[in-house]
Design a protein around this ligand. Structure first.
Ligand code: NAP
Ligand code: MG
Length: 487
């Protein structure tokens, strides 16, 4: 394959048993540049039969070549892949920016994060150790960690390269063979990076990719009887479907389903430090981030003052094409634009106040899916815009009365992914961190997206299981207990 873009035009976007191939059906899916609303490539529409072939190839690799590859060799291979991805970082960033619309500089930074996943799990591959268990006299009991076998990975369009690294690097490090279905809306960097893994020496069948629709290839993959483990990142609705399909074969899943993450700003906060972090956490990637900080909860005594400063910052931001390196780019597709605009318009129709909006750069194409970041105030605590994920650059500001009220408000959605806490009071930092229902808590900082080393995942409607960090290796492997009597 010369490049993923070339490959996409030939519809050879399925990777099965080490070979790029076209799907069973002749139907293609358009790949659209969201900054211009223009089709610039096509990908193959994989079917259930294609998924069958991919799973069979992964099973062969899992029982053959990959089982005979030592952890040390797996680690070295991932490290070689990391170097190759880094060598191609500028090319990959350009593809990612065009495919998703995100600013070029951000896309380049995300390729560095992708590299980090391969470095981190490459280094960890030979450290997945079990333990010895004190047991009956004359017996030795050990718990060993083994790969699941064949893992399935369904990833979204918001951070394609990063999500690929986050999911595939730990799966391969732990010794699994994988089948991945990327999102139809953006998957070209995934195809290019897969080729780099092959170039690094990945044996055929260890990584297989089926491009296509969620309702077809994705559904077939999650319902497949020969899959041993699934990771899914996307909407709660699709997550439910994946979970239901997986239940038919008792396949374990890790689900990462987004959030409505709060930034709690107490009256003693260093607001100069908080302000850029709060704005970035909702504007980055046009708010299309599972861990976006989409609610800012402000101590009532400082609410008017700090809301005014947030508003001033929002008004300065610009949205535009990737090359402009603006605050953010367009939304991913027309449907997403209509959804975000519809949710905001409905809220405003019901009395929510538009406090500030950013602007769209004058050279941004009319046809692009640009949505100006929007700050909303006077938001009733139970209004859908205050409790449901928008997945766009929309920040809801809400006042709170005291610490108990702040915690109650932070916990007042069904989600629980990330929480930001801004206060100088050390005791309060610890109290609040312990009381919020959340997979991650950041104190006087906020980490939307980054932190390859940090276990990540949600509670409640945000999903379950943990990715990233060493925790991902626990998920991607399974304990086998072996008891041996020696007396
Ligand atoms: P989505 O439908 O959940 O898509 C995520 C992934 O799941 C894609 O690869 C998708 O494939 C696949 N998929 C869809 N239906 C499936 C099914 N029945 N079985 C198996 N896989 C399936 O999300 P979306 O429609 O792109 O976006 C809608 C909303 O989801 C957003 O507004 C946002 O709230 C949320 N979302 C969250 C995240 C996150 O990071 N937590 C990421 C994306 C979206 P195709 O897209 O190729 O059909
Ligand atoms: Mg696209």
């Amino acid at each position: 394959m010369g490049s993923a873009l070339h490959c996409a035009q030939t519809m050879q976007t399925l990777l099965i048993d080490g070979l790029w191939c076209t799907p069973d059906s002749e139907t293609a899916i358009d790949v659209i540049d969201p900054s211009h609303d223009k089709t610039f490539s096509t990908i193959g529409r994989g079917s259930a039969a294609d998924v069958d072939r991919a799973v069979a190839a992964a099973r062969r690799a899992s029982l053959g070549v990959w089982r005979n590859t030592s952890a040390l060799e797996r680690g070295r291979l991932l490290a070689r892949a990391a170097s190759l991805i880094l060598e191609h970082a500028d090319e990959l960033a350009a593809i990612e920016a065009r495919d998703t619309g995100k600013p070029l500089r951000q896309a380049r930074a995300e390729i560095d994060v992708t590299v980090r996943y391969f470095e981190f799990y490459g280094g960890a591959a030979d450290k997945v150790a079990g333990h010895v268990i004190p047991f009956l006299q004359g017996h030795q009991a050990i718990a060993v960690r083994e790969p699941h076998g064949v893992t399935a990975h369904i990833i979204p369009w918001n951070y394609p390269a990063v999500m690929f690294g986050r999911s595939i690097a730990p799966a391969l490090a732990a010794g699994n063979a994988a089948v991945l279905k990327p999102a139809e809306d953006a998957c070209l960097t995934v195809l290019r990076i897969a080729q780099l893994l092959i170039d690094a020496g990945l044996p055929p069948g260890v990584l297989n990719i089926v491009t296509g629709l969620g309702s077809e290839a994705g559904a077939a993959l999650s319902a497949h009887p020969d899959i041993d483990f699934i990771t899914f990142t996307g909407s709660p609705q699709a997550g439910t479907l994946v979970q239901q399909a997986a239940a038919l074969h008792h396949t374990p899943c890790v689900l990462e389903l987004g959030g409505k993450s709060p930034q709690i700003v107490f009256d003693d906060a260093d607001f100069d430090a908080a302000l850029p972090a709060i704005v970035n956490a909702i504007v980055q990637n046009a708010g299309q981030t599972c861990s976006a900080g989409s609610r800012v909860l402000i101590a009532r005594s400082r609410y008017d003052e700090w809301l005014a400063r947030l508003a001033a910052t929002f008004r300065e931001l610009k949205v535009g094409v990737p090359e402009g390196n603006h605050a953010c780019g367009p939304l991913i597709n027309r449907r997403q634009w209509q959804r975000v605009a519809g949710l905001v318009d409905a809220a405003i129709g019901e009395g929510v106040e538009r406090i500030a909006t950013s602007s769209i750069a004058s050279d941004a194409p009319q046809a692009g899916y640009f949505y100006a970041p929007t700050l909303l105030g006077n938001v009733p605590r139970t209004h859908p815009i205050a409790i449901e994920e928008v997945f766009g650059p929309v920040l809801c500001a809400l006042p709170f009365d005291d610490e108990d009220d702040a915690v109650a408000l932070a916990n007042a959605t069904s989600y629980g992914l990330v929480t930001g806490v801004w206060t100088r009071d050390g005791s309060r930092q610890s109290r609040v961190a312990r009381q919020v229902r959340s997979g991650q808590v950041f104190i006087n900082c906020y980490g939307a997206g980054g932190g390859v080393e940090l276990p990540f995942g949600g509670v409640g409607k945000s999903g379950y299981g943990r990715e990233k960090g060493l925790a991902a290796l626990d998920e991607m492997s399974v304990i086998k207990t072996v008891v041996q009597r020696y007396e």
